[in-house]
Design a protein around this ligand. Sequence first.
Ligand code: 6U4
Ligand code: NA
Ligand code: NA
Length: 158
Amino acid sequence: TFLKKVYTLVFLRKDNKILLGLKKRGFGVNKWNGFGGKVEPNETILEAAARELKEESCVDVKASELQNIAHLEFTFEGDPTMMDVRVFSANVFQGEPKETEEMIPKWFELDAIPYNDMWPDDNIWFPLMLSGKLFYGIFNFKGFNTILNYNIQELESM
Ligand code: 6U4
Ligand code: NA
Ligand code: NA
């Protein structure tokens, strides 16, 4: 049995592009990823998703514009915590992404996503996200670079 910690992960979309941020510190440093972090005890998951997006990219999003598109769970061999990640997408938001203490934001064309500099699970599930699917996935890592095994299921609703 695992101790679950809930995290958010938000992807903004504009034209044929997706906003990623290069993480400057902490977990996933030097990887391109969506924006997000731990859900605090005093907030809902949607509130956390909007707060982390704002803190990390300076962009505002209304909770009602966040579409929950996936649920991902990550375990790491030898670690009893499970990262329970709620993934959202939004194409309506306010403000321009700006560099922050945590992230350098950049818009990427959908055919030029930098998978080599991302978490190794991303090239497995981004295609589902980019084709508009809803899904659940679980990934079991050894260290931070090797996926020992995984399973993904498409969902009819979240
Ligand atoms: P603090 O401790 O406040 O700096 P916080 O911002 O709360 O951290 P952080 O940045 O550690 O949390 O959250 C991790 C982020 O990385 C979340 O948005 C989830 C995301 N994430 C974790 N594992 C991932 C993986 N394998 N693939 C992926 N995103 C992952 O695409
Ligand atoms: Na974060
Ligand atoms: Na945080």
